[in-house]
Design a protein around this ligand. Structure first.
Ligand code: C5P
Length: 219
């Protein structure tokens, strides 16, 4: 069974997706972490972020893997734990540019489908319901106001020792929404058959219960 959870930056997708996956005993795949890892690779190699051919040459030799951990999931780039590095502001602020490259998307979509083929899965991202898993049994489009999303990111950052001011986070989130929604290849968009959930004033428990009810209906 495939469950697709899409939505803009900071809408709470990964928190909700992880909980739903744990409840159901499914694996969880964070596709944003894959785009972030490719971005980190390109930044470290000092590749121009518009140089698709150079990024693709590096990406072909790159392994991205996940490992479950107590508080979610660890992300590895060629065996190195990059779980924290991919959340640093430099990666966050450049990821939309790398994620707009069609060849990068084609390669990561191929890898995402291969992961989904072998398991019952909850996958979160921007284009899961529209492109990666168009036949997913349940599709959720999770939204929340920019102010609420910035507030959540601010709290998350505090726990990680990142001190970006709230107003800056709001501007960054709005800019990432704009880039992700307006790019030519697989823009952020609600699939026609997705259920929209506005998490601005919902608790995490309410969101998870609502999704589990949709899964039960689909089973
Ligand atoms: O979900 P997260 O905020 O970590 O994603 C980081 C970025 O990766 C997004 O802003 C978007 O540019 C890109 N992304 C994407 N397609 C996905 C998942 C993420 O383009 N399926």
């Amino acid at each position: 069974m495939q469950i697709a959870i899409d939505g803009p930056a900071g809408s709470g997708k990964s928190t909700i997706a992880k909980l739903v996956a744990t409840k159901l005993g499914f694996i969880y795949c964070d596709t944003g972490a894959m785009y972030r890892t490719v971005t980190l690779m390109a930044l470290r190699a000092q590749l121009p972020l518009a140089d698709e051919a150079a990024i693709m040459r590096h990406l072909e030799a790159l392994t991205i893997s996940f490992q479950p951990s107590a508080d979610g999931q660890l992300v590895f780039m060629n065996g190195e734990d990059v779980t924290l590095a991919i959340r640093e502001p430099e990666t966050t602020n450049n990821v939309s540019q790398v994620a707009a490259l069609p060849a990068v998307r084609a390669e990561l979509v191929k890898r995402q489908r291969a992961i989904a083929e072998a398991h019952d899965i909850v996958m979160d991202g921007r284009d899961i319901g529209t492109t990666v898993l168009p036949n997913a049994a349940v599709k959720i489009f999770l939204i929340a106001s920019v102010a609420e999303r910035a507030k959540r990111r601010f709290k998350e950052n505090q726990a990680r020792g990142i001190t970006t001011p709230l107003a800056e986070l709001e501007a960054e989130i709005a800019e990432r929404d704009r880039k992700d929604s307006t790019r030519a290849t697989s823009p952020l968009r609600k699939a026609a058959d997705a259920v929209e959930l506005d998490s601005t004033s919902m608790t995490i428990d309410e969101e998870v219960s609502e999704i589990l009810a949709l899964v039960a209906q689909a089973q």
